[in-house]
Design a protein around this ligand. Structure first.
Ligand code: SF4
Length: 604
């Protein structure tokens, strides 16, 4: 890793070995860049030129990819790169004070590299460790449960230039924190058992069971999995692909981390089942860069499954061929969007594609591709074993099965909880040991729903509150404005910049929230926030922009005093200027329908 990086003068042989290992294949560019950076410490201009020649791509295209992802560095960084996870739950656990203390001890400003090039310290978006924060990444290895004592110890290790491999193993211990198991987390299946059941049913039989199960995507949108697999299966193409979206980037979500740590067989087996149904020979698991530490263990599971004939050319001696590759992301939240993820898999910047066409017909390399969430694929194994009717009997009429929640924030028992769909927010709070003083819950992360006390009877289900899994709890010591402001900063940082409403809108929202936080806000600014919410919801190119203001909008409606106490005056709230907003939406998008949607919105 970087603290043992090679001198740049010898880069050619190192990079050539990496290029050879990846067959000089441009679609492997993300992995080539990552491995090169791990060897050299950063990605110097001459190295990008060398890689471009090696894969036969224009240099500008390679530089565009290297420049897009926050975990790739085209300028020198410290040999030790410390990134503090900066989700709101990390803040609630005191991450900023700890980071400040670390910087003082290292004589360093956040975001700067020390003069001797030894160390840099900065913040990053949520690292998926909210149940055991505050968390940091050191050279992209996760360390959780940071305390003042751990800060002191790490400062010493860095000062002494101790290689990461010699740091106390305890620092890198990551807990599963499984608090409540249901049929999925308590599945009892042996590796290959679900696959054997699926092969016995055949591809069409398995598809019929998935449809009968009413399985819906667990990434939040809830699209019918059977329909997706059927569309992919029926689409013409030279090859079909299965992609597992393990880019779990929504702040507050960490259930895929646990599935990939302790249920990897189930996930890979679900991918194999999907391959059987859609007619794919290849699967790709896209693992978020923050989970770099899982790469080797997951590769070991794949090797074992190949040895056991659960992957490969002749799975279970049934003449079915399927194998899986792992691609590691590099710190871009937008790659959780399926078309952006596919772009990234192809070695490009993760910008969402214009749709249609959809990935089921034109996905990875332009071929039919099904992209499914980790949890969805794991659930498919249960259906293979127990049948669609059994699965459809769990949960609610429109939300079959169970949902795994990542619970964090102000509660006694943060961790992973599996419930049948339909569980109330109040029940989860009770189970997690959240006290009477709970004032709100953010369900499904910054792009989700802010639930107030009056709504704790509401249910986790597609009929009521859909979720990708995050469940962040806030008691009355917390300021819900701070939460919304943290999320506004998150979206401004993560916007890919492709479309104007999101690129400009997220920055404007962040600036307005900062202005209000500084005590310079006015009712006019509140009105501007409402306006931006609607514009971005209707005119953004993808879900990031259209949901980026959700938490601001919800907290404005449900926790208005948190804003009002910061305003200079409450005298006059100007009327929302709908005509101006409509005209702005038309100008931004050139779409009349954007304006039409806008006009139907309800202003509080
Ligand atoms: Fe990119 Fe935001 Fe537009 Fe999505 S909405 S394409 S993230 S700029």
């Amino acid at each position: 890793m970087a603290e043992e990086s090679l001198p740049l003068t010898s880069f050619a042989s190192t990079v050539d070995a990496i290029l050879d290992r990846h067959r000089h294949d441009g679609t492997r560019l993300m992995q080539i860049l990552r491995e090169t950076q791990e060897a050299l410490g950063w990605l110097p201009p001459e190295v990008l030129t060398h890689i471009a020649a090696g894969i036969g791509w224009p240099r500008a295209k390679v530089a565009a990819t290297a420049g897009f992802y926050s975990f790739f560095h085209t300028e020198p960084r410290g040999r030790y790169r410390v990134l503090w996870s900066d989700n709101i739950t990390d803040r609630m656990l005191g991450n900023l004070d700890l980071m400040q203390s670390m910087c003082q001890k290292l004589w360093l400003e956040p975001g700067r590299v020390s003069e001797d090039g030894l160390v840099s310290v900065d913040t990053t978006s949520c690292t998926g460790m909210c149940d055991q924060g505050p968390a940091i990444l050191v050279n992209y290895r996760a360390i959780t449960r940071m305390t003042p004592e751990r800060v002191d110890a790490i400062v010493e290790l860095i000062r002494n230039e101790t290689p990461l491999a010699a740091w106390p193993a305890e620092f890198f211990r990551i807990e599963d924190n499984i608090r409540r198991k249901g049929p999925l987390l308590d599945h009892g299946l042996m590796p290959g058992e679900a696959l054997a059941a699926a092969l016995a049913r055949g591809a069409e039989g398995m598809l019929a069971e998935i449809k009968a199960a009413n399985l819906r995507g667990r990434g939040g949108a809830g699209f019918a999995t059977g329909l997706k697999w059927e569309s992919c299966r029926n689409a013409p193409g030279e090859a079909h692909y299965v992609v597992c979206n393990a880019d779990e980037g929504e702040p507050g979500t960490f259930k895929d981390r646990v599935l990939l740590t302790s249920y990897a067989d189930l996930v890979f087996e679900g991918m194999t089942l999907a391959g059987l149904v859609v007619g794919a020979k290849k699967g790709l698991l896209y693992l978020r860069g923050e989970y770099r530490y899982l790469l080797e263990p997951l590769e070991a599971v794949l090797s074992r499954r190949r040895a056991d004939k659960l992957l490969g050319r002749d799975i279970l001696d049934r003449g079915f061929a399927f194998d899986i590759e792992i691609h590691l992301g590099a710190g871009a939240y937008i790659c959780g969007e399926e078309s952006a993820l596919i772009e990234s898999l192809e070695g490009k910047p993760g910008r969402p594609r214009i749709r249609p066409p959809f990935p089921v017909t034109h996905g990875y390399l332009g071929q039919p591709t099904t992209v499914n969430n980790v949890e969805t694929l794991a659930a498919a194994c249960l259906i293979a074993k127990h049948g669609g009717a059994w699965y459809a009997g769990l949960g609610t009429p429109k939300s079959a099965g169970t949902k795994i929640l990542s619970v964090s924030g102000d509660c006694a028992r943060p961790g992973i909880y599996e419930y049948p769909f339909g569980v109330t927010v109040g029940q989860i709070l009770l189970d997690a040991g959240a006290g009477e003083r709970t004032q709100g819950v953010q369900v499904s992360g910054p792009s989700g729903v802010t639930v107030s006390r009056e709504e704790f009877h509401r249910r986790i289900a597609f009929e009521d509150i859909p979720t990708a899994g995050a469940f962040m709890i806030f008691d009355c010591r917390r300021d819900m404005f701070d939460m919304a402001r943290n999320f506004a900063h998150f979206f401004a940082h993560e916007s890919c910049g492709f479309c104007t409403p999101c690129r400009v809108g997220t920055s404007l929202v962040r600036n307005l929230m900062d202005k209000i936080a500084a005590g310079h806000g006015s009712p006019y600014d509140i009105n501007e926030l409402f306006k931006l919410h609607r514009l971005m919801k209707e005119a953004s190119h993808c879900g990031l922009g259209s949901t980026a203001c959700n938490a601001v909008f919800d907290t404005l409606n449900k926790f208005r005093p948190a804003y009002e106490k910061r305003l200079k005056s409450l005298d006059y709230v100007p009327a929302f200027d709908l005509d101006a907003a409509l005209s702005q939406a038309r100008q931004m998008t050139g779409r009349d329908d954007a304006a039409a949607h806008l006009s139907t919105g309800a202003h509080p």
